[in-house]
Write a protein of this length. Structure first.
Length: 231
């Protein structure tokens, strides 16, 4: 092998090693985010007028499942308003699989934020102290397509997005972490599993499937949406 060949082989091996190390770190961080945040994630099962069977793809007049996040105090769960706003009743499924009734405490249609209460000693998720920077790694924990809680990871694509047209009042964190129907109300967390936003919307033209432009309501706006009387 020529000297040039040896250099090329060495460079390729170095790149492979660096990519493997990066993948290993990413997997480690994702596992940490999951272990920390998943005990606070709930599957939300709304019953809408005309309801016949649960799940994504249900008949007209029904809703797919959504996601909720235990926040602030035991028994309080936040979700997306559009998941529960038309519901005649709401049930949630806890991380341990327990299914129980939930009461809609407050809905803010302007921000697409709703709060539920349950008779359960929940584990409120820790809130991030500051908004993540653009490019920062984040993970989304949600009940995509009603399949059960899972995790996807990506980065913060942009901060302080507004004027997108989903809600009257917007303060979004944009991410490329995979988000799909059923993810609404889920948690966008940093690599330590701390909440940075609530999954709210998918930007798409032709379908309601993930194309890498997804929005989460910032925790700042999230907290402002709940009146003091309900805290």
């Amino acid at each position: 092998m020529t000297d040039i060949g040896r250099v090329v082989v060495a460079a390729c091996l170095a790149v492979t090693f660096l990519l493997s190390a990066t993948d290993a770190r990413a997997q480690t961080y994702a596992r940490l985010a999951w272990a920390t945040a998943s005990p606070s994630i709930f599957e939300v099962e709304p019953t809408w007028p005309g309801y016949k069977r649960p799940g994504f793809g249900a008949p007209a007049g029904t809703a797919p499942e959504g996601t909720g996040v235990a926040v602030m105090r035991p028994g309080l769960i936040v979700t997306a308003a559009h998941v529960v706003s038309r519901a005649t009743e709401v049930h949630v499924r806890a991380p341990d699989g327990t299914r129980l009734a939930a009461k809609v405490l407050f809905i803010d249609q302007k921000t697409d934020v709703a709060f539920l209460t349950v008779e359960l000693e929940t584990s409120p998720i820790e809130l991030a102290e500051s908004r993540p920077d653009t490019g920062a790694p984040v993970c989304a924990l949600s009940n995509a397509f009603g399949l059960g809680t899972g995790i996807t990871c990506g980065v913060v694509s942009a901060r302080k997005r507004s004027g997108i047209g989903f809600n009257h009042t917007e303060d979004f964190i944009q991410t490329d972490a995979s988000v799909n129907p059923g993810s609404s109300g889920g948690a966008l967390v940093d690599l330590e599993g701390r909440l940075v936003g609530m999954l709210s919307a998918i930007f798409t033209k032709d379908s309601d499937s993930d194309i890498g432009v997804n929005f989460a309501v910032s925790t700042d706006l999230l907290l402002k949406s709940l009146p003091e009387a309900h805290r």
